[in-house]
Design a protein around this ligand. Structure first.
Ligand code: C2O
Ligand code: CU
Ligand code: CU
Length: 583
């Protein structure tokens, strides 16, 4: 490229990084967003032959709650009422805008009648649960005020900690941000036998970030830039409350941690440098406890942590905080931090405390950490149906689009690889689709084609990036972004979530040039256990094996950066009958 052009182009890069969304032409996702917004009309009736063990009424409504001193904060909040079933099913989190904790047993038949009082349609999804497609809270099932959506399902999952949250297309991020979310715990006999800390010694920790204005009202993403990166608030709330301090006894605890933030990624670590002892992840218990120096926790992910305060003297304070890390945001965005770029006074990747535990009670007795936690099958490549043809999930990022597999949500119908035979085990590969981004938003190769391309270092991602022009000029790769003519491709981390049954991560490969920032997160990426959300770092390629058992129908997959999801970074699989039998 011409030397003289370089500075101008450079300036353009900087300029567009700052005003990323101040583009002359409207990004395509703007129009894409307007198209499939959830409408109401998803109401349905209970099935009289379904005999529930547990029946709940769940309501979403606007309420004022006291979060800060002074005026109440207007939030959206789930409340629930038990109609049938044991009273342990519902536990309120006092003073929180979060919905009550719902506690279920494997094998229970559950009916939930959902209504709301909101001015816009909504629908509730059971993130992590393996339920029929019609019970999954699909955006098309959204209901308006006055309608009721009835969910009926049997709890098939093993023990685990899940989430219920809204899923209307185009408004998930703002509704969750306004307060709609709750935890859902499932127990099973295998877990019960372990005698893990329970009752007062099992503490749910829902981590979220929020910003407030002077009148204590929630402030949400005001500019398009915040939407592109995902919204980050400047205060950390734990279980919907500020200033998380918890008094504990000198014994072991079970911490059920959920990242309920829209976009904030945490790097969780203990203030005294001790390891984080992980006993479970999204889909339940690991086979055995694992020790990590820190653990990355992206939106939608959960963690089951063994926190042992036994032997600690009275007054001891231990803080669980987020440690510094790099690489999840476009580097240019972070290096230019501050200003309106960062918006948040608490940048993602900076160091800050989250929750403090203070030992205020001496106890001589404490349960001990079990050596073995669970038994489950490890999926192997030779068991999958599509060993040589992984289902692609191609991440495409540019100011013009945030897409999966080259199409925004609701467009293009199902691509052939998005039709998955029911009762099959599938290999899925998530990668960054830089090739498509280089073509001004048009996919030059289908994601399937892209997967087939030979690649030097194990991925088409960096092979394509190497061809991406700016490398030869030097510079563009600094910043972890390829630069395209007239536009910028942002490379950032995405927590990819798949509805339906949990999967197992079988490999992660990082592209060239990303190792340095990757080094600040990699020891906290957990690949064991069952997952339903996986953080995919810039330049990273993640392979996983997922079962699609029991239920035909539509199951979504999307980025759990909720701003990305609403922009259309969401697609769906259609689980179809095997052979030629009709769907
Ligand atoms: Cu937690 Cu499709 O979402
Ligand atoms: Cu989900
Ligand atoms: Cu994303």
């Amino acid at each position: 490229m011409d030397q003289k052009l370089r500075p101008a182009r450079r300036r353009f890069l900087e300029h567009s990084a700052l005003g990323l969304l101040g583009l002359a032409t409207a990004p395509s996702w703007l129009s894409a967003m307007e198209m499939p917004f959830s409408k109401g009309g998803g109401g349905n009736q209970p099935n009289p032959s379904f005999k529930p063990d547990v029946e709940l009424e769940l309501i979403a409504r606007e309420e004022g709650v006291s979060i800060l001193d002074g005026p109440k904060t207007q939030v959206l909040r789930y409340t629930a009422r038990l109609i049938t079933g044991p009273k342990e099913v519902l536990t309120e989190l006092p003073g929180s805008y979060l919905g009550p904790l719902i506690r279920l047993q494997q094998g229970q038949k559950v009916r939930i009648q959902f209504r709301h009082d909101l001015s816009e349609p909504t629908i509730t999804h059971w993130h992590g649960l393996h339920v029929p497609a019609e019970m999954d809270g699909h955006p098309h099932q959204a209901i308006s005020k006055g309608e009721t959506r009835v969910y009926e399902f049997e709890v098939l999952n093993r023990a685990g900690f899940h989430i219920y949250h809204p899923h209307p297309h185009g408004a998930t991020a703002s509704q969750v941000y306004s307060g709609l979310a709750g935890g859902l715990i499932i127990h099973d006999p295998e877990e019960a036998k372990l005698g893990l800390p329970s009752g007062d010694y099992e503490i749910p920790l829902v981590l979220q970030d929020r910003s407030f204005d002077r009148n204590n009202q929630l402030v949400y993403a005001s500019n398009m830039h915040e939407r592109m990166l995902g919204f980050a608030g400047d205060q950390i709330l734990v279980n919907g409350r500020l200033g998380g301090g918890i008094e504990v006894a000198s014994r072991a605890y079970r911490l059920r941690i959920m990242n309920g933030s829209n976009a904030r990624i945490f790097k969780l670590g203990w203030s005294d440098g001790s390891n984080v002892i992980v006993i479970g992840v999204d889909g339940g218990l690991l086979e055995a406890p694992e020790r990590y120096p820190y653990v990355m926790l992206a939106p939608g992910e959960r963690l089951d942590v063994w926190a042992d305060f036994s032997g600690q003297s009275l007054g001891t304070v231990l803080t669980l905080g987020s440690l510094p890390f790099k690489g999840v945001l476009p580097k240019m965005a972070t290096s230019m931090g501050g200003g309106r770029m960062g918006a948040s006074k608490l940048p993602i990747g900076s160091a800050y405390p989250i929750v403090t535990f203070k030992v205020t009670q001496k106890m001589s007795d404490s349960p001990t950490l079990p050596m073995h936690l669970s038994r489950y099958q490890h999926y192997r490549l030779d068991q999958v149906m599509n060993k040589d043809r992984p289902i692609p999930i191609a991440i495409k990022e540019s100011p013009m689009a945030m897409l999966l597999n080259g199409q925004p949500y609701g467009q293009g119908g199902f691509q052939p690889f998005e039709r998955v035979p029911v009762n099959s085990l599938q290999l899925i590969e998530i990668f960054h689709d830089h090739a498509a981004a280089m073509e001004h938003g048009e996919s030059s190769v289908s994601p399937e084609e892209a997967l087939k391309k030979p690649s030097g270092m194990g991925g088409m991602g960096h092979q394509m990036m190497g061809m991406g022009g700016m490398n030869h000029e030097g510079g563009a790769r600094e910043g972890g972004m390829g630069m395209m003519d007239g536009g910028m491709m942002m490379s950032m981390a995405h927590p990819i979530h798949l509805h339906g049954q949990q999967f197992q991560v079988i490999s992660r490969t990082i592209g060239m040039g990303e190792e340095e920032s990757y080094g600040t997160v990699k020891d906290g990426l957990i690949s064991s256990g069952y997952k339903d959300t996986v953080l995919v770092m810039p330049g990273e390629r993640v392979r996983l094996i997922k079962p699609f058992n029991d239920f035909k129908g539509v199951f979504m997959y999307h980025c759990h950066n909720l701003e990305h999801e609403d922009m259309g970074m969401m697609r769906e699989f259609r689980c179809v009958a095997r052979n030629k039998e009709r769907d």
